[in-house]
Design a binder for this molecule. Structure first.
Ligand SMILES: Nc1ncnc2c1ncn2[C@@H]1O[C@H](COP(=O)(O)OP(=O)(O)OP(=O)(O)O)[C@@H](O)[C@H]1O
Length: 793
């Protein structure tokens, strides 16, 4: 029963497929021209009928006889068709039919919407019958004006509603046609009459004055427009209605009508008011129009990014599945857990480059902590190092057991750099670190981290990791966009990057080597970086930007004036290999600026990468840890070290050789670090180094340690070597401020302050005036030259 019911319910729902009447372009051409020609032929036959119709009457009955002759311009068919349509049909109104055929042909040819055509046909046939009846009303049975149909319908109507009824019905038909087809209203007609009457009146009075003015010209535009609406069935009808809004006939009724009509027909133009632009915006737009956006890479516009071929392909690349090993490991895991009475509902394996993840779903009622405690037992039964149990895997509801593969595969730098994920990444500072356990390329954004702490026992892959980070950036960033400060106390790890000093490195103005190997220089560099940070914040504040990306975008759009100290700011990445050594020798002096930078530098594009062998608490202090949420742990020797770096165990169970754990605050992800060998780095740096470079490395602001600062130097010989440059800057800008010197000459605050004091002593700037800039006492550079000449002995 129930079945039957559902069947009967469903039956009506079945859709009947409509036949598809879509014509191809060729079919449209054929059909369209057929209709056009048919329309023309009919029209010719109809016209001919008025001249030849009578003569052809006799031959109509002999249609099949080829001998009989016809006068119609289209011969027998013409005679027969016109007799059918005009004589026995609708009279002269039949022309409408031929017109409709012609119009249909045009519509098909030009592929115009069918809905409009349907309307034309409906109203065309309507008016055809109406005209036929109208002529039939006045004519007799054989009258060709109304045709037989017109006459017969008329007779029929007259039998039932009489002559008056028929004429009223005809009038009603006409009103209906005009009202619906041309949207004519009572008001528009009455208005037509009023305005026409008024115009006529005016013209008559004028004519009386001037004697001769042709009447026809004097119909008002409105009258003409309505007239047109009656004559031609076109869309023009909108125009006259609009014009009625002229306040010529100010009766209240008319005003209302006008409003209604406007609502219907007037299209409203919405004009959006452009936001007022400030003077600088206008100037910037003009500059961008004239010169295009500022291109920071212009100075090295021919710079070529290193090609992929410089990186090596490895034979051991690509994962090979060892089915036996998988099966064996699975059995051992199941067995070991069974020994402890832990049942497994399901098990699944994901093979990565160095480890395979076995995901197990324990049977209901098993405590997770119980499995977690069996880590060592499972490691024992699998007789493998580096087993890690993740219980549960976040977001998955399973327990993961990571087991190292017997034959690990190398993840080449080439494969991660070539990956789509890296190549198409839109990150600010993308780093391809390696591959995850599910063999996906792992790309992170250093700008988002915003600083990175790397730790791992010696020989576990830190230096390779650092090289992978630097290589990633070299493959993605133009020398104008990123600068590195490399600190390498071991003196050998990063020396290769010396070759790209003038492309990618930043250094202190007075230092010879860009790569810093001396610990005392590190202190100066870090402090200098703090000054650069303060300067950049000042620039951002003046430009009203919240971060470097916004600032650079604004600078590129030429909205910031370089004469006010603005410039395109490259990202600065500080890399410290062997941080422990630094802390040992310099202690607080290093820790303070590092902590300051770590806390504040994220917005202005300074990012720190710090690597250490010894992740003990006296090296990675609380304040540093707090500011380095992103951490990479290579293999460490003890659980305590693992806890220091990751805030949890796990790093002690890694297998080394680039096997690492990455965390950015919450999840810990196991990644096999990409391997980049020294010869590969050498090839890359050679390739970049051989290209045109900047005249010198990116200069950091000068930092002069407090202890080397001297008090006011009034003695000319003791003046700063930038004294003259500073004087020129100050006189040119006519502004005696230390921060101007800091920006223009890239000086530290202390040195700039000292130079200002010297300028005061030399009588170039006035005395200190609180928060206001000092007065400049020399009006121009010529006067400055004379002033300094007079001074010198
Ligand atoms: N991602 C990797 N893939 C394969 N092998 C690696 C990987 N990373 C490191 N290794 C191997 O480990 C060796 C040591 O790596 P690396 O020099 O980076 O160690 P380290 O942690 O910097 O040691 P140290 O602190 O003593 O400098 C490399 O020579 C290489 O053979």
């Amino acid at each position: 029963m129930a079945k039957k019911k559902t069947k009967s319910n469903k039956a009506p729902k079945r859709k009947i497929k409509k036949p598809d009447f879509k014509l191809s372009s060729q079919q449209k051409l054929v059909l369209g021209s057929f209709l056009v020609i048919l329309g023309i032929l009919l029209c010719i036959a109809f016209i001919s009928f008025f001249f030849t119709g009578e003569a052809d009457q006799s031959s109509l009955s002999n249609f099949t006889n080829r001998e009989s002759e016809t006068q119609n311009w289209l011969s027998k068919s013409g005679a027969w068709l016109s007799d059918l349509f005009i004589q026995r049909g609708f009279g002269v109104a039949s022309f409408i039919f031929s017109g409709l055929l012609f119009l249909s042909g045009v519509y098909v040819l030009m592929d115009i919407a069918k809905a409009k055509l349907r309307k034309h046909w409906f109203w065309g046939l309507f008016i055809m019958i109406w005209v036929a009846i109208l002529f039939g009303f006045f004519g007799d049975k054989n009258d060709i004006l109304g045709g037989t149909v017109g006459f017969e319908i008329n007779m029929f109507l007259q039998d039932y509603i009489g002559k008056i009824g028929t004429s009223l019905l005809l009038l009603f038909g006409l009103i209906t046609y005009l009202a619906i087809r041309f949207k004519v209203t009572f008001q528009s007609i009455s208005k037509l009459f009023t305005s026409a009457k008024k115009d006529l009146k005016d013209e008559f009075s004028k004519a009386n004055d001037e004697f001769s003015i042709p009447l026809d010209n004097n119909l008002s535009k409105e009258a003409e427009a309505i007239k047109t609406a009656f004559d031609i069935p076109l869309e023009n009808k909108k125009a006259p209605v609009k014009k009625e809004s002229k306040p010529e006939a100010p009766t209240p009724l008319e005003v209302k009508v006008t409003e209604e009509e406007q609502e219907e027909d007037l299209e409203m133009k919405v004009e959006t008011v452009a936001e007022e632009q400030s003077e600088t915006d206008n100037l910037a737009n003009k500059l961008v129009e004239d010169f295009g956006q500022f291109d920071p890479t212009l100075e090295l516009s021919n710079y070529q990014f290193p090609p992929l071929d410089l990186l090596k392909k490895y034979d051991t690349e690509g994962i090979t599945i060892n089915q036996e090993e998988l099966e064996e490991n699975k059995n051992k895991i199941v067995e070991t857990l069974n020994n402890y009475k832990i049942g497994i509902a399901s098990i699944k394996a994901t093979i990565g480059p160095t480890v395979t993840l076995y995901e197990i779903v324990p049977e209901a009622g098993v405590r997770i902590s119980k499995i977690k405690n069996l880590e060592d037992d499972i490691a024992l039964s699998l007789s493998a190092l580096g087993i890690r149990i993740i219980a549960p895997i976040p977001g998955k509801g399973t327990i993961g057991i990571e087991v190292p593969n017997k034959n690990s595969t190398i993840v080449s730098m080439r494969s991660v750099i070539a990956s789509k994920k890296f190549q198409t990444s839109e990150m600010q500072l993308p780093i391809a670190l390696g591959k995850t356990i599910s063999n996906e390329t792992f790309v992170v954004d250093l700008a988002k981290m915003p600083h990175l702490l790397m730790a791992g026992a010696t020989g576990q892959g830190k230096s390779v990791g650092l090289n992978a980070v630097l290589t990633s950036l070299l493959y993605k960033k133009h020398p104008a966009e990123v600068k590195f400060i490399l600190v390498d106390p071991k003196k050998v790890e990063l020396t290769l990057f010396n070759k790209i000093e003038r492309h990618y490195l930043a250094k202190l103005p007075d230092s010879e080597e860009a790569i810093i190997t001396d610990n005392t220089k590190v202190i100066n560099t870090l402090n200098s970086l703090c000054i650069e940070m303060d300067n950049r914040y000042e620039l951002l504040k003046n430009a009203m930007c919240r971060n470097i990306a916004e600032y650079n975008a604004k600078f590129k759009a030429r909205k910031l004036n370089p004469n006010e100290g603005h410039q395109f700011l490259p990202y600065i990445v500080l890399v410290v290999d062997e941080f422990a050594d630094l802390i040992m020798t310099a202690g607080k002096e290093v820790e303070t600026p590092i902590a300051r930078l770590a806390q504040l530098a994220r917005a202005i594009g300074i990012h720190l990468i710090i690597a250490t062998q010894r992740p003990s608490v006296n090296v990675i202090t609380g304040i540093i840890k707090a500011n380095f949420p992103a951490r990479i742990a290579f293999r460490v020797t003890s659980k305590i070290d693992s806890r220091t770096i990751l805030d949890g165990s796990g790093a002690d169970q890694l297998i080394g050789r680039g096997d690492m754990l990455f965390t950015q605050g919450n999840d810990v992800i196991r990644v096999q670090c990409a391997f980049v060998d020294t010869p590969e780095v050498e090839r890359i740096t050679d390739y970049i180094g051989s290209q045109k470079a900047y005249p010198e490395a990116y200069l950091l602001p000068e930092y002069v340690g407090e202890e080397s600062g001297t008090s006011l130097d009034i003695d000319i010989s003791d003046r700063d070597k930038l004294f003259k440059d500073a004087a020129i800057v100050i006189v040119t800008a006519q502004q005696g401020s230390a921060s101007l010197l800091q920006r223009k000459l890239k000086l530290g605050y202390n040195r700039a302050g000292r130079i200002i004091d010297q300028l005061e002593a030399a009588g170039i700037v006035g005395p200190f005036e609180g928060s206001k800039a000092r007065q400049v006492l020399i009006p121009d550079l010529l006067a400055l030259d004379q002033h300094l000449e007079n001074e010198s002995p």
